[in-house]
Design a protein around this ligand. Structure first.
Ligand code: KG4
Ligand code: ZN
Length: 338
């Protein structure tokens, strides 16, 4: 089975060709970073127009790289939501047009399900597993019991982790997008233990997260430094923020592991997914936790953590081989909880 995947829900235009033998035949991503950087964040209207301008060419490139024509495809999958509606419409309409013209099945994929199932594309991971999904818009702990069977163990009560990284980067004057820039600054820090930040929810019962207090604490330190940061201040604060986030995530995961094991005494892997899973300090902290708990730890390669179309093609394959597809009147869903 060979499937074309399309991703246009945020600021990455992406197309990929993936097989059910877990082979990524092509995976092209065009970042719109330069279009949005002057505004310090993603501008939905600019994103939608850029998707429209580039998607056709990217699909052509993916098909060429895979060495196939539309006639070789078994299905077309596109992100159907959640995300910025203008972009989602562009991807869904394009996928529907190819499906209609070629008489192929169309599969609307939930973007979060794309992230959630990526580990099964890159690694030999069986259901059930415990998933920490950390991206720009989401922060959740889920028991993944099968395709379409996600049980939520915890979620953020305020900001998503990626959002906290992006806002902190802004406070530190690092620019956009925040995650990778905070990670780089933290790596340069000469004195990572200099600032003490609160550890929200640490040790509290349940598996929920909270990050807004952490962001406020960073702001307070910036103000105490007179609003003007030296490079050393900036790097040390970035390091404090990153290690605090890593510790909080590990604490919440440790609790979720206990809950997960009550329902699944036979065990399962600890999987991390979403853009923030690209962070090496966070990966390493979680890997240590998994080792202590004697769990398999799976973190997809960095380029498959951030938004891409291979994960959408793969989630399409997982659904399609269970006999599922969507009608051509599927309406894009800007909000679509897992
Ligand atoms: O999954 P993703 O590419 O898009 C969404 O679905 O949201 O995640 C993007 C988020 C952004 O907030 C970005 O700052 C964060 O992931 N991110 C990182 C890193 N790379 C991307 N956060 C921390 N460290 C990174 N290396
Ligand atoms: Zn994403």
């Amino acid at each position: 089975m060979i499937v074309l995947g399309i991703e246009t829900s945020c600021d990455e235009t992406a197309a990929a060709v993936v097989t059910d033998a877990r082979e990524i035949r092509a995976d092209v991503v065009l970042s719109q970073l330069d279009d949005h950087t002057p505004y310090g964040g993603v501008v939905p209207e600019i994103a939608a127009r850029a998707h429209l301008e580039h998607l056709d060419g990217l699909i052509r490139r993916a098909m060429d790289e895979a060495g196939i024509g539309f006639g070789d495809l078994d299905a077309v999958a596109a992100t159907g939501g959640p995300g910025l509606i203008g972009g989602v419409i562009v991807g869904v309409m394009t996928a529907k047009a190819i499906a209609a013209a070629r008489g192929l099945p169309f599969i609307a994929v939930n973007h979060l399900e794309g992230h959630a199932l990526t580990a099964r594309l890159t690694d030999d991971v069986a259901f059930p597993y415990l998933l920490l999904l950390v991206s720009g818009g989401h922060c959740q702990l889920l028991a993944v019991e099968g395709v379409g069977r996600y049980r939520r163990l915890g979620t953020t009560i305020d900001d998503a982790v990626g959002e906290a990284f992006d806002k902190t980067a802004k406070l530190l004057g690092l620019g956009y997008p925040g995650g990778p820039l905070v990670e780089k600054a933290a790596a340069r820090a000469a004195n990572p233990a200099r600032f003490e930040l609160p550890r929200p929810m640490l040790g509290r019962p349940g598996c929920d997260f909270s990050f807004s207090g952490l962001k406020t604490a960073v702001r307070r330190h910036v103000e105490e430094l007179g609003g003007v940061l030296s490079e050393a201040d900036r790097d040390d604060l970035a390091a404090a923020f990153q290690s605090t986030v890593a510790e909080v995530l590990a604490d919440r995961c440790a609790r979720a592991i206990r809950r997960f094991r009550e329902d699944h005494p036979q065990g399962g892997a600890l999987v991390v997914a979403g853009g923030v899973a690209a962070n090496k300090a966070i990966r390493s902290r979680l890997s240590t936790l998994a080792e202590k708990q004697r769990m398999q730890f799976v973190a997809p390669p960095l380029r498959l953590c951030t938004d891409n179309a291979a994960m959408i093609a793969w989630a399409g394959i997982e659904r399609f081989r269970l006999g599922e597809s969507d009608p051509l009147n599927f309406a894009p869903r800007p909000r679509w909880p897992l």
